[in-house]
Design a protein around this ligand. Structure first.
Ligand code: NAP
Length: 354
């Protein structure tokens, strides 16, 4: 049986993911990478050509085949054919839930499906290094890769408060997610000035804490978390202010040691988002940092022995890329040791220091 990964969507998440699967397909045990692009645009010709030159095969809707061929692209499959012959479908669109209803639940071929952060309810929420043990082989066919800030928040909480055997020394956690306006790949939705978010959820504040709570819920935990969000007029990176109130004393030394001991956490002496972003551009994969979070060490402080404060940066779409690959490999062969081996080629972009 051929192992085929099919990526739906070629945006900020989809494009690097297609590149990553094609570049490392042999080491990941993938035979073929296909992708679905919906809208034929002259302005997208170069990047679609580039993905195909790496070995990925284009699929599109039947009524768009001619438009793609007129632009010089070879269309290998219709969207339906590509879905049916896929082993794993990775939805990287803001329409994952809709696509699930319209297409995925009717398919017989694929072993599983992933959707991204915005698609709440698509399937079990997952973040690499947080809740692997909650995924059940053959049962969890639909997995939601949580948003980049949810990766960050869950990683902060687990790294600082996990005492082992399912015990977390966390009393309460608060976060302010300072979001970048739009991605550098996007031309719309820039904001001219800081735009503060509403607290739509009286229990969790914004969806960030609610989603993080949902990830820990898959492990049988009910953690007290609250988040606020503000969108900033920058395109660089999301930043997060955090306060973790613990149920036992912890000194700064232990906090730093815990961050340094987690190989999925990058620490940094830098305090400027542009410098972190620039590190990603210079050293990252497709410019992405695959670490779960970048913690600014000079900002850390412990107050009254039990309150940890600090700032960190979110490698937006880098951390969700790593989880997307991990979940895809798990759906193909549900063995986490084997997933870790097949993820080995990506390890060099999971930085421990920036
Ligand atoms: N950007 C991030 O940092 C980030 C991080 C974590 C999670 N996410 C989540 O990941 C998802 C994708 O985000 P993105 O930033 O990659 O979006 P994006 O850059 O806007 O790209 C969206 C892609 O989805 C395609 N698309 C949209 N609706 C579709 C549909 N109904 N059927 C097929 N294709 C469709 C678009 O195709 P055409 O252009 O060809 O029409 C485009 O290729 C969102 O849910 C987002 O919340 C994003």
């Amino acid at each position: 049986m051929k192992r085929v990964v099919h990526v739906v969507g070629t945006g900020t998440i989809g494009e690097p993911l297609i590149g990553l699967f094609t570049d490392f397909h042999d080491r990941m045990g993938i035979d073929e990478v296909t992708f679905h692009k919906r809208t034929p645009l002259e302005s997208d010709r170069a990047r679609i050509g580039h993905l195909m030159a790496r070995g990925a095969k284009l699929a599109t809707d039947p009524d768009r085949v001619n438009s793609y061929e007129n632009m010089g692209h070879t269309v290998s499959y219709t969207s339906e054919e590509a879905l049916e012959r896929a082993t794993v479908v990775v939805d990287c669109t803001p329409a994952g839930n809709q696509n699930k209803e319209d297409f995925y639940i009717k398919l017989k071929g694929p072993k599983g499906y992933l959707a991204q952060g915005s698609e709440f309810g698509f399937g079990k929420p997952y973040a690499r290094g947080i809740n692997e043990e909650s995924l059940v082989a053959a049962e969890d066919k639909f997995i939601q890769i949580v948003s980049c800030n949810t990766h960050n928040i869950t990683t902060l909480v687990k790294t600082i408060s996990d005492e082992g055997e399912g015990v977390y020394c966390l009393d309460r956690a608060n976060f302010v997610c300072m979001r970048r306006a739009n991605d550098v790949t996007q031309v719309e939705k820039f904001v001219p000035a800081p735009s503060v978010g509403k607290h739509d959820d009286s229990q969790f504040g914004t969806h960030h804490a609610r989603d993080a709570h949902g990830v820990f819920e898959t492990l049988g935990m009910d953690l007290d978390m609250f988040s606020s969000a503000v969108k900033l007029n920058t395109q660089y990176m999301h930043s997060i202010w955090f306060q973790l109130r613990l149920t036992r004393d912890m000194d700064l030394e232990e906090v730093v040691e815990r961050f340094r001991d987690n190989h999925r956490v990058a620490t940094t002496a830098k305090r400027e988002a542009n410098l972190i972003f620039s590190f990603g551009r210079d050293h990252g994969y497709y410019g992405r940092i695959l670490s779960q979070t970048v913690v600014a060490l000079p900002t850390l402080v412990v107050r009254d022995k039990r309150e940890v404060y600090g700032f960190c940066f979110t490698p937006q779409d880098g951390n969700s890329l790593l989880s997307s690959v991990a979940a895809t490999l798990w759906l193909m062969e549900p063995n986490w040791d084997s997933v870790a081996e097949r993820l080995e080629p990506l390890r060099r972009w999971v930085y421990q220091e920036i």
